[in-house]
Every structure is written in structure tokens, then in C-alpha cells.
Design a protein around this ligand. Structure first.
Ligand code: MCN
Length: 785
């Protein structure tokens, strides 16, 4: 019976976080600590002819000035991330992908391939001196042609960015089901469009940062990094410095937002430990905002050429999508976003013929990695603009086109006929999409709005409503770990392999553990983000922690409960089935007066000659469990945005925003609502404001928040939220993920709403952000016609 799971219990971590007691990397200081700063490429693409370091080296307070020459043969290049994101062999046969392995030297060697790439690192007494030293460095560059347009970069005669490759096409694949060419041939109508999603920065409140201390006596590294993946940081440092993992202890302290880009290992996270060992001093580096907007990995940047066949009644018969991902100078995550796009594109719809052809192309931009949504916002923007365009072409309401094509509740589980990137069949496990649509339309008062819209239009107001829906494969593998133990004081501690960046893991995993063990939330401490205890952990990405870490802690706690009851059964001379645990006390239901506590059981479980443990039972009260999901589980959601457009300025105001969503069994509704609301804020940013822009030389033109606009609380409406709870069939608690979902639909829902508001002008939005400038252009053009 759950007492805590399903309840909006207050977040345990908030007392610390809201009183300023949380410790982020920039709050950590060590005696004799030095600080590092990086000189970064000011060119998109250039040869390095020489680096003049003497003046910087001789500045007082400078301890080291390091270029790629100084680390030659001492630090291996960072490789494409391949622990869990590359397509498995069974999928490779299916979709015939080609992947050229990529790597990046931790300091640019010979040439630079993107503006922001680290070229020289300076270590000094403090950051001020380090920055002064950077100003004394002179790098002689020979500019090379910068490739910023992926279509140009893909051409046969284009200069090669990664010189070990034969072209800039890093990978490509083809997925198909049905006969899309025939569907197009036989269609009543065919729609052909190019649709684009912008390049984005994830912009967490806390930028990246790392502190490392090498202890020459123990020959061990202590590393604190603002990362989503402490275990990956550990294994990358180990493999690049060629030392055992055992000699590195990584902690992710408080992390103030990660959103994906902190889910890979950056060069700085390897260089700083290396330098600490070299100088025998603790060293810290904290990323500044300009560095974040240029050098921290970015995301999205897809262009789709889509061809859609449909019937007069709105039935979609086929989709042929040919898309490119502008991967920047190094593709770290192989096909993660690209394949996510391909397998999510048809969303809630049954479209019998589908072909998705993808090319991942290297350009002279910052590497492109997954960011909240990871391929799904791109897919959803395409699918839902298409639905809207079809509706307009057929003079139908978009809701009717959605209904015409939607998978019905009785068709669940639904097989989409292709594979998930882990090699499993793409089968939606549970959900009820038509019911979701009804519910969200009711929450948004769709009918009422349609009536009012007419009146407002007559008064000269441009108001519109737009809808977007998606499914999301959440909780991907490979595994997650949990170790739950009861100490001699009776206190429960749970160590988890995943770590949070604001998602409230200490609270939700306490809720699960407390329910399973029959204790209160105060009786359990959840420890996250530390490689010191658990041998293996995966980490936080892909909306996976609730599913995987949740299932791991559930299983470990259940096994521990069983052990506690077996021992108590012996001590009370009772059958296990007759025993209950309440607030940490164990008793038989027919004799509630005679109680044992966890202290009694923990003492009884100690290894001892006089132990009364049952035959074969191991001593101690601790259980380690690795949960391995069979494949992803499908969360879903529908968003309805209502906007007003100022036709003169092109400014879009969101008047109302409603959503329905299904993340299976909800552990903590309050946290889930916060997750969805936060995701929507980021989604609104990419719908209306955010875009990393490069000039033709690969220079970043959006290097501050004056140019790269992110929404403030003034632009974010309070979202009306309806919860559906269709439990997952792929884990024992029925959990589905939710962390990314909010960010997936806003671009499509808002773009559709803007098109709807401007119906009299018949504008067509084919890209986001729908910035005032872009919208004014579309309006002016429409008025010219
Ligand atoms: N939850 C729940 N019940 C469920 C599902 C989730 O109560 N059925 C709660 C849990 O507290 C869970 C949280 O919601 O931790 C998010 O759920 P989940 O989908 O499991 O996502 P993760 O915990 O694995 O977090 C990763 C996800 C991703 S991929 C991005 S990107 C993202 C996001 O979460 N980055 C975030 N949310 C973020 N929130 C904050 N504050 N900061 C980030 O960097």
C-alpha cells in the first residue's frame, strides 16, 4: 500500500536549496586552490600556425600555460560517446546506418574547427590573473573556409572538417515501413514542405564547472563536476589519462540545471584533473556565460524536407521525410537525436507508410548534443505543422484531422512497425490518446474559444489556438543501480547511480523506499551523484531516472524488506506473512504490543558466530539492485496554446496554455507539475525567442542574453494541467518519464496558434522561433500578395 507514492510531499532538498545552503562547484574552495581559464578559438575554421606563450607564462601568479604540444601523448582525445547511445547491431541491419567515429583533442591541435573550442589553458593563483594571462597569449591563425551551412558542408568538394574522414557526412540512415512512394502516387493530395528547428543553448542557471584535487600520497583524484553523469566523467578521465577508474572519485554536488549538455564529458572535465596532478594543487574552473553560449555543447538544428500523402477526408497515408542534423564540428552522440526524431515522428498517429532518411553533417559550429526533448521537439514540429497545413488545405478543423489519424485506446499496445534505438520493436505500451484529446480540449475550452475568436476577429484582434501532441519513449537503458541499507542505528540510506539537476530525486526516491520499507520519509537518506560507494551507475538523461532509478530502489527496498521480515519472523517466532512494518517497527498483527525495531534487526543481522540468521542468508542489511528496462516506455501529452498576435509588431502573447499528459504512475504530482511547467518554459523559449546564430565565418552572433533571448516569468503563463495515469507495462511500478515532455510541444502548438490567429492573411510558418522579425516578414509578404 502506498502512503507516500502519489502524494505531493514537500521536497526534502528545498530547505537546503532555498536557504542558500546548497553547495555548487563554484561554492567549493580548497586550501591552495588555483584557478584555470581557457583561451578559445575566435575562428570557426583555421589552422594554428603558432602560439606565443612566453608573456603569459612570465606573468606573476601564473602557474602553467598549456597548449596541445604540452599534452601530446599524455591525454587521449575525447571519443564519441558510445556507452549507450549507438545503435546496436540488430538495429544496424534494419536501418543500414553509416557512422564515422569522431573525436576531439582536449586542446585544439593543428587547427580549430569551431569558435569557442579550447586552444590554451592557463592556471593561475586566481581567475583574475588567469584572465590577464589569456590576454597576453598570441595565436597565429590561418583562416580556412568555414562551413556553416550543412547543405554546403555535405557537398562532395567541401573542405573536410575532421581530417580522418572522407566527407563531412558523419552518419546517415534510412528507416522505412510500408510503401511510401506508392502512397504518394495514389494520394488525393501531396504536401511538400521544408521545416526547420533552430540551434539552441540549454542555458542552465548554473554554468559548467569542475574542481579537481590529486593526492600524490594515495595517487587518487577527487573531482567535483557540474555534471549529469558522474560515472561517465569518471570513466572518461580514466580512459583519457589511462589510469584505473578506481583511482578517481567523482561527485556531482548540487547541479543547477543540466538539460542534456551536461550529460556528456567536455574537455575541461579531463584537463582540470590532469593539471591538478601536474601541479600538485587543487584546481577549479568555472564556465562564464560567454563560454556557455559558445563552447558548451548546443542542440536541435534540424532541417526536414517532408512529403506527405493524404486523402480528401484528412487521412494521412504516407510520410516521406528527408532530414539533416547540423551536428557541429564533432558528433558526440552519434544518432541519438537523429534516430529519436525518426522513430517519434508519427507520434500518436497511425500512418501506414513512412520513410525517414537522415544525414548527420559536420559543420564549423559547436558540437550538437541532446537537449531536453532530444529529437522529439524537431519531430513534433514537423508532424504537427503538417497536420495543421493539411487541415487548412482541406478547410477542416485541425482537431478533426488529428482524430481521423489517431491511434485508438483499444489498439494499444500499438506497433509502429520499426525499431526503437535500443533494438526493441517500437510498440507503444499504454495510453489513451483520444481521451487525452477530449480532456485537453475541454480544459482549453476549445469550442468556447472558437466562438469567441470570431467575435474578437470582428473587433480587429488576431487571436488563435494551436494544438500539438507527442509520444515520448522514456526511461531508456542500459540500467540503473540502487543500494539500500539499514545501519545499526536503524537508519536507512539509499545510494543511487543517477543524480539530479533539480528534479527532486532525494524526495521521490525517499517516497518509494519509505513505502516499501514501511518507514517515514525522515528515516531514509537518499545519496545521489557520488561514485564513491556504488560501483556502477548510469546517470540522468532521457527522462529515465523515475523509471530506472525508481525501479532499482523499489526492487532493492522490497528485497531488503523481505530480509527484515524473515529475520523478524525468527526473532518473534512468527510466520513472515503475519508480520507488518509500520514507521520502522515490526510486529505480528495478532500481537501488536511485541515490537521489534530496525535497530534490533540490524544487530541480529551482524556477522557473528551466534547469529540466528536463517540458513544461507548473508549477514548485513544491504541490498544492491541493477534495474535493466526491457526497452523505453511511452509517455504522451497534448498541448493547446492560445495566443494573441500584434500584427504591427509581430509580437506574440500567450494568453492561455493547457495540457494533458500521461507519465504512468505519478510518484510526486507536485514535482511532476513543476517538471512540466519548467519544460514548457524552455519550449516557449524555442518557440518564440531562442536561436544561436552564426555568421558566415562561424562566429557566434548571440554571445550574450541581449542577443540570445530567453523567456522570463513574464512570458510564461500558468499552465492548466490534466493528468492521465496509464501505467507503464515495462516496469513493476508502472512509471513513465516526464522530465523532458514539457519542452516538446510548445514550438508546434504556438506556431499553429499564430497561423490560426493570422488566418485572414494565410501565412505559413515553417520554422521557429516565431520571432517578431520573422513574423513581420511573413505578414508583410502576405499583405503584398
Ligand atoms: N516524476 C514523478 N513521477 C513520474 C515521473 C517523474 O514523480 N511518473 C518526477 C521525479 O522526481 C523525477 C522527475 O519527475 O525525477 C523527472 O522525471 P524523469 O522523467 O524520470 O527525468 P529524470 O529525473 O531522469 O531527469 C532528466 C530529465 C531530462 S532528460 C532533462 S533534459 C531535464 C529534466 O529531466 N533536465 C532538467 N528536468 C529537469 N529539471 C531541472 N530542474 N533541471 C534540469 O536540468
Amino acid at each position: 500500500m502506498s502512503k507516500f507514492v502519489g502524494q505531493s510531499v514537500k521536497r526534502k532538498e528545498d530547505t537546503r536549496l532555498l536557504t542558500g545552503a546548497g553547495k555548487y562547484v563554484a561554492d567549493l574552495r580548497m586550501e591552495n586552490m588555483l584557478e584555470a581559464a581557457f583561451l578559445r578559438s575566435t575562428y570557426g575554421h583555421a589552422r594554428i600556425k603558432g602560439i606565443e606563450v612566453d608573456a603569459a607564462k612570465s606573468l606573476e601568479g601564473v602557474y602553467a600555460v598549456i597548449t596541445s604540444n604540452d599534452i601530446e601523448g599524455k591525454i587521449k582525445p575525447i571519443k564519441q560517446f558510445d556507452s549507450h547511445c549507438i545503435l546496436p547491431p540488430n538495429l544496424i541491419e534494419e536501418i543500414d546506418p553509416v557512422i564515422n567515429y569522431n573525436f576531439e583533442d582536449v586542446l585544439a591541435k593543428g587547427k580549430v574547427t569551431y569558435a569557442g573550442q579550447p586552444v590554451v589553458v592557463v592556471v593561475a593563483k586566481n581567475r583574475y590573473i588567469a584572465e590577464d594571462a589569456l590576454a597576453l597569449l598570441k595565436v597565429e591563425y590561418e583562416p580556412l573556409e568555414a562551413l556553416v551551412d550543412p547543405f554546403e558542408a555535405a557537398k562532395e568538394n567541401a573542405p573536410i572538417i575532421q581530417e580522418h574522414m572522407e566527407s563531412n557526412i558523419q552518419s546517415h540512415f534510412l528507416v522505412q515501413v510500408g510503401d511510401v512512394d506508392r502512397a504518394i502516387e495514389e494520394a488525393d493530395y501531396v504536401l511538400k514542405k521544408r521545416l526547420r528547428t533552430p540551434r539552441l543553448s540549454s542555458s542552465p542557471m548554473e554554468t559548467r564547472g569542475v574542481l579537481a584535487n590529486y593526492d600524490a600520497i594515495t595517487e587518487k583524484f577527487r573531482v567535483w563536476s557540474s555534471t549529469q553523469l558522474p560515472y561517465e566523467v569518471r570513466s572518461t578521465i580514466a580512459s583519457l589519462l589511462e589510469i584505473p577508474e578506481e583511482s578517481i572519485h567523482v561527485t556531482a554536488p548540487e547541479v543547477g540545471g543540466g538539460f542534456g549538455p551536461k550529460g556528456g564529458v567536455h574537455p575541461e572535465e579531463v584537463l582540470v584533473p590532469y593539471l591538478s596532478r601536474m601541479l600538485g594543487r587543487p584546481i577549479r574552473w568555472i564556465e562564464d556565460r560567454l563560454e556557455h553560449l559558445t563552447a558548451a555543447r548546443q542542440s536541435r538544428d534540424q532541417t526536414h524536407d517532408v512529403e506527405v500523402s493524404y486523402k480528401k477526408d484528412g487521412t494521412i497515408t504516407g510520410i516521406k521525410d528527408d532530414f539533416i542534423v547540423d551536428s557541429g564540428a564533432v558528433n558526440y552522440f552519434a544518432l541519438t537525436c537523429a534516430y529519436n526524431t525518426a522513430y517519434h515522428l508519427r507520434g500518436m498517429y497511425k500512418i501506414p507508410s513512412y520513410q525517414s532518411k537522415c544525414r548527420v553533417i559536420l559543420t564549423n559550429k559547436t558540437p550538437n548534443v541532446p537537449f531536453r526533448g532530444a529529437g522529439r521537439p524537431e519531430a513534433t514540429f514537423v508532424m504537427d505543422r503538417v497536420i495543421d497545413m493539411i487541415a487548412r488545405n482541406l478547410a477542416m478543423d485541425p482537431v478533426d484531422v488529428m482524430k481521423k489519424n489517431m491511434i485508438q485506446a483499444e489498439e494499444m499496445p500499438y506497433d509502429q512497425g520499426i525499431l526503437v534505438k535500443d533494438g526493441a520493436q517500437l510498440i507503444y505500451d499504454s495510453g489513451n490518446y483520444p481521451d487525452a484529446l477530449d480532456k485537453v480540449l475541454e480544459a482549453a475550452n476549445y469550442e468556447g474559444f472558437r466562438k469567441k475568436q470570431q467575435e474578437l476577429k470582428e473587433m480587429g484582434k488576431y487571436v488563435g489556438i494551436g494544438i500539438s501532441s507527442f509520444i515520448e519513449g522514456t526511461g531508456s537503458g542500459p540500467f540503473e543501480s540502487a543500494l539500500v541499507k539499514i545501519d545499526l542505528t536503524g537508519h536507512v540510506t539509499a545510494h543511487l547511480g543517477s543524480s539530479p539537476q533539480g528534479q527532486g530525486h532525494e524526495t521521490v526516491f525517499s517516497q518509494i523506499c519509505a513505502d516499501d520499507l514501511g518507514i517515514t520519509l525522515d528515516q531514509v537518506t537518499v545519496i545521489v551523484g557520488d561514485t564513491g560507494v556504488l560501483p556502477l551507475g548510469a546517470g540522468t538523461y532521457a527522462s529515465r531516472s523515475a523509471v530506472n532509478a525508481g525501479s532499482a530502489i523499489h526492487a532493492a527496498s522490497q528485497k531488503l524488506r523481505k530480509k527484515v521480515l524473515e529475520i523478524a519472523g525468527i526473532m518473534l517466532s512468527k510466520e513472515v506473512e503475519t508480520l507488518l512494518i509500520e514507521n520502522g517497527s515490526i510486529y505480528a498483527h495478532d500481537n501488536p504490543e511485541k515490537k521489534l525495531t530496525f535497530v534490533d534487526i540490524a544487530n541480529a543481522a551482524r556477522p557473528s558466530k551466534s547469529s540466528k540468521l536463517p540458513e544461507g542468508m548473508e549477514a548485513g542489511l544491504q541490498v544492491l539492485h541493477y534495474f535493466v528496462p526491457p526497452t523505453v516506455t511511452f509517455a504522451s501529452s497534448i498541448h493547446v496554446a492560445q495566443v494573441e498576435v500584434d500584427k504591427e509588431t509581430g509580437f506574440v502573447k500567450i494568453q492561455d496554455y493547457s495540457i494533458v499528459h500521461d507519465c504512468g504512475t505519478v510518484i510526486n504530482p507536485m514535482i511532476v507539475e513543476g517538471q512540466v511547467q519548467g519544460g514548457i518554459a524552455q519550449g516557449i523559449g524555442s518557440a518564440l525567442y531562442e536561436e544561436i546564430v552564426h555568421d558566415k565565418n562561424g562566429q557566434v552572433l548571440t554571445g550574450s542574453y541581449m542577443d540570445y533571448l530567453i523567456p522570463t516569468s513574464m512570458e510564461i503563463p500558468t499552465v492548466k494541467m490534466v493528468h492521465q495515469e496509464y501505467p507503464s507495462t515495462r516496469n513493476p511500478m508502472g512509471i513513465k518519464g516526464v522530465g523532458e515532455g514539457g519542452a516538446i510541444s510548445p514550438p508546434a502548438a504556438i506556431a499553429n496558434a499564430v497561423v490560426d490567429a493570422l488566418t485572414p492573411l494565410s501565412i505559413e510558418i515553417t520554422k521557429v522561433p516565431v520571432s517578431p522579425g520573422y513574423l513581420r516578414e511573413l505578414i508583410k509578404e502576405a499583405e503584398r500578395v
